[in-house]
Design a protein around this ligand. Sequence first.
Ligand code: PAZ
Length: 348
Amino acid sequence: MHTEPTTFSAESYFATQPSPQHLQQDVDKVRDFVTKQAKEGRSVVLVTSGGTTVPLELNVVRFLDNFSAGTRGATSAEYFLKAGYAVIFMHRQFSLQPFSRHYSHSTNPFLDFLDIDPPEAAGAIPRISVTPSKRADLLEVLTAYKEVHARGTLHTLTFVTVNDYLWLLRAVSKEMAVLKRRAMFYLAAAVSDFFLPTQKMSEHKIQSGKGNLSIEMDQVPKILKPLVDEWTPGGYIVSFKLETDQDLLLPKARQAIERYGHQVVIGNDLHRRKFEVVFVSKKLVPTLPPGIEQTKEATQQAANSFSEYWLRINLPEHPLPDAPVKEIEEDIVQELVRRHTEWIENTP
Ligand code: PAZ
C-alpha cells in the first residue's frame, strides 16, 4: 500500500508518536541523579550508545537495526568517569556497558577467567578463584567499577527503538538544562534516519503470501536543532557522524555544524573508526580589543570556516593476546574535556 510520506518536525513527532511506557520513572531517576551531581559540583555528560531499532509491526516480529556494538559509548563513558565527570549512560538494551564491556561474552568470556580449585578437605565445597594471569586486569577494572558505584556517578538508562531514544533524549536533556554549561552531550548512538509511524504500521506480523514487501518510511525529525535551541540551551553538544565513504566525512560533518549550530561533530569512517576520527567545529571569531572593529569580510570569513582536528593512534597490526591495547576513546575524551573546560571558562 502506498501512503504519502509525512514530514515530521520534532513537535509533530512527539504529538503523534507514543511515549515509552516507563518514561516518567526514568525521568524521575535522572532528575535525582542530576540534582545530586549538581549539588556535588560535578559536570555531567550524557553518553548515548548503541543502535536503535525501527519496528515494522505493532506486535513486533521484524525490525530494522542500526549498526553499533556500543564500544565507542561504553569505552568513552569509562574515560569520562575517570576524568571526574558524572555519566548518564543511555544505551541500547544489551549493548556494551562501561566496565562489564571488558568481559564481553563473545570476545572475552567471563567463565574463562575462573578456575575451580580442588577442595581443601574431602567433602568440602570446591572454591572458585580468578586465573592468576587475569588477576591484575580484573583488579583494575573492578576497583574502578567499585569506586564509581561508591561515588554514585554512573546512571544507566536503556532504549531499544528509535522512538524510545527520541523520547528519552528529549526528556533527559530537559532535565540536564539546570546544569547549564556543565552539561555535556556525547551522542555516539547510531540512530536511524528513517522510521515507520505507528499510524502506518501493520498491527500483526506482515504476511509473506502477497509477494514482495515494499515499505515506505518517513524521515526521523532532526532533533539536534531543538536540542541545541530549546531543550538544553547552554549545554556543550558533541555529535558523531558515521560514513562509509571517506570523502563524505568532512562535508557531512561541516553541514551538521552549520545546520544545528552545536559545538563539535566527530566524524568517523566505519572501517577506520578505532584508530582515526576527526573533530569538526566552527572556528571562533576572535574578540578584538574594545574600540577596534572587525571588518565585515573578516567576520564573514571566520564565521564560515571550520576547524578540523584529526586524532589518530597507532594500533599494532598483530596485537599480542594479553597486551594492553591503546583505545582512541581515551584521547577523544581527553580532548573533549579540555575543550569543555575552556568553553566553560570562556563563555559569558
Ligand atoms: O558502537 P561502535 O563502537 O561499534 O560504533 C560507534 C559508532 C560508529 C556507531 C559511533 O562512533 C558513531 O559514529 N555514531 C553516530 C552514527 C551516526 O552517524 O548515526
